[in-house]
Design a protein around this ligand. Structure first.
Ligand SMILES: O=C(CO)[C@H](O)[C@H](O)COP(=O)(O)O
Length: 235
């Protein structure tokens, strides 16, 4: 990841600030691109902008707290006007793969509960078809080996050629445990023929808590470049 890439991420976040209005409740995404947005928001808060935010991960909670961005407990949120988050892959229909940072469950709950989800990304995230980035599937620890086998069968039944399902580990090789206390299966697909159909099938498996396919959730996708950003709107 060079400097150019960082500039592209930052420019996407700058463009997302256009959607922020005084008085909003805002969902804060997770990851290195979303971090730029939280930092920009913090600058505006310091200058008097009034917003209330809800974080999609413990990592983002710590970041927001350290920068003085006001957070409110999710239980107190009645409406989320805007959520700005990154993505691991974005296709031409605005369908996403998310969860590279293991925060997909809270990210999806918050994106789904938001009036407007804005995705910010650099051009390396744009794909014609989803699937090169391994699809994260969050599963309950109980029965995860059986769930992994069923996930594999569902991938094959969904037209994925020779998928590989691996249990995510930390850099120290321990099993990764999500903020929700679950495990992540990374599904190496290479090519997902029908993301919407696969999403529905994965959601039907007992033991699957959530998966990283975000279908029909992103209304705006902002791709940063070195000079600015390109905005794509989806209905
Ligand atoms: O889905 C995510 C975390 O679960 C992130 O949005 C995704 O991994 C992109 O991260 P980055 O902006 O660092 O590339």
């Amino acid at each position: 990841m060079g400097m150019a890439n960082e500039l592209e991420k930052e420019n996407a976040a700058i463009a997302a600030m256009e959607y922020v209005e005084d008085g909003m409740t805002i969902g804060l995404g997770t990851g290195s691109t979303a971090k730029y947005f939280v930092e920009l928001l913090a600058d505006e808060v310091a200058d008097g902008l009034v917003v209330r935010c809800i974080e999609t991960s413990e990592q983002t909670r710590r970041l927001a707290e350290s920068l003085g961005v006001p957070l409110i407990p999710f239980e107190q949120v009645e409406r989320i006007h805007l959520t700005v988050d990154g993505a691991d892959e974005v296709d031409e229909q605005g369908q996403l793969i998310k969860g590279g940072g293991a925060a997909l469950l809270r990210e999806k709950i918050i994106a789904n509960a938001s009036d407007h989800m804005v995705v910010i990304a650099d051009p390396s995230k744009q794909v014609e078809r989803l699937g090169v980035f391994p699809l994260p599937v969050e599963v309950t620890p109980f029965g995860y080996t059986i769930t992994a086998k069923i996930v594999y069968d569902v991938l094959v039944a969904s037209g994925i050629d020779k998928p590989r399902v691996s249990l995510r580990r930390t850099q120290g090789q321990e099993l990764l445990v999500t903020d929700g206390g679950n495990y992540i299966l990374d599904c190496h697909c290479e090519r997902i023929p029908d993301a919407e159909a696969l999403a529905a099938r994965l959601s039907n498996i007992p033991g699957v808590v959530e998966h990283g396919l975000f279908i029909g959730l992103a209304r705006t996708v902002i791709i940063g470049n070195e000079n600015g950003a390109t905005v794509f709107e989806f209905s």
